[in-house]
Design a protein around this ligand. Structure first.
Ligand code: SF4
Length: 284
């Protein structure tokens, strides 16, 4: 099936991906949040410049006609759907309005607080929202273009209080950087309906950015990734046992708060207590 802007998610079928069948739409090309660990910058030129897609809404309408009933659309997997320019262009909002007409299920993944503008719409359609929080200490360096982590937690709470199902993306977990923050972050977000976590999987450019910003941490990680770890498709992974321990730790803290847990692209289905890895089961 030819699709223009709404495309099957993960057409390459990542060997560790456990996501349900879904589609993906990125209303913007590029993202100004500038996360050091971002992997999209490894294959999209000038990625940290946010660009508007030409005739987006026309293409979205045309693609919606081809989607099956009850389709699940994830927005967004490659760039954030709520960059600051969304206040002006309202592309994400217009897409949501179209999806509501078709009664599609929509999973929003963001760090942007502009999402609060759309609470009315999101609570009037089949939606769930996951917000990424990785660190309360280093967010100004690690995700320097995004709203502060504490602000994102406030946004999660406002969405939850508005009746929208919410999940926390605690992703990526980076040893020697934010692994000491697991308890604090989960306790501050203990009202969420789902937590998904994943370890840092650097690509060539994200490793370079990260090493420049955190030279001491990268020195400790270098051997773990480049000698003892493994390469899976285009990403570097920490040694399997270390990843398992990190995910187990997050799961245990989640369990202590009664929050269902899943990991993302780690290959530990036995650790999953949530009904889906991406939080799409929360959509009513
Ligand atoms: S918010 Fe997501 S897409 Fe944007 S820079 Fe960060 S990791 Fe990349």
């Amino acid at each position: 099936m030819f699709m223009g802007v709404i495309r099957p998610f993960d057409p390459w079928k990542g060997e560790l991906c456990s996501c349900p069948e879904k589609y993906s739409l990125n209303p913007y090309t590029g993202c100004p949040h500038q996360c050091l660990y971002c992997y999209s910058s490894s294959y999209i030129p000038r990625f940290f410049e946010c660009r508007v897609k030409k005739d987006l809404l026309k293409h979205v309408r045309r693609d919606c006609e081809k989607l099956p009933e009850n389709a699940l659309i994830s927005m967004s997997n490659t760039s954030d759907p709520y960059p600051p320019v969304e206040k002006e262009y309202e592309l994400t909002r217009r897409c949501l309005e179209i999806f509501r007409e078709y009664d599609f299920r929509v999973l929003v993944i963001t760090k942007g607080d502009v999402i609060l503008r759309d609470v009315d719409l999101l609570s009037d359609m089949r939606s769930a929202v996951t917000i990424t929080v990785t660190t309360l200490k280093y967010d100004e360096i690690l995700e320097r273009g995004a709203p502060r982590a504490l602000r994102r937690i406030e946004v999660l709470k406002e969405l939850k209080d508005s009746g929208i199902p919410v999940g926390l993306r605690f992703d990526p977990l980076i040893p020697f950087l934010n692994d000491k923050e697991i308890e604090e972050i989960i306790s501050k977000t203990s009202f969420v309906d789902h937590v998904v976590s994943s370890t840092f999987k650097p690509r060539r450019d994200s490793w370079k950015r990260f090493s420049l910003a955190f030279p001491d941490v990268s020195k400790k990680l270098k051997d773990l990734y480049f000698s003892k770890g493994e390469r899976i498709q285009r990403a570097l992974y920490l040694p399997r046992e270390m990843r398992r321990e990190l995910m187990k730790k997050v799961k245990e803290v989640c369990e202590s708060y009664g929050i269902p847990f899943a990991s993302c692209r780690e290959g530990f289905p036995e650790l999953q207590s949530s009904k889906s890895c991406d939080g799409s089961h929360l959509i009513r």
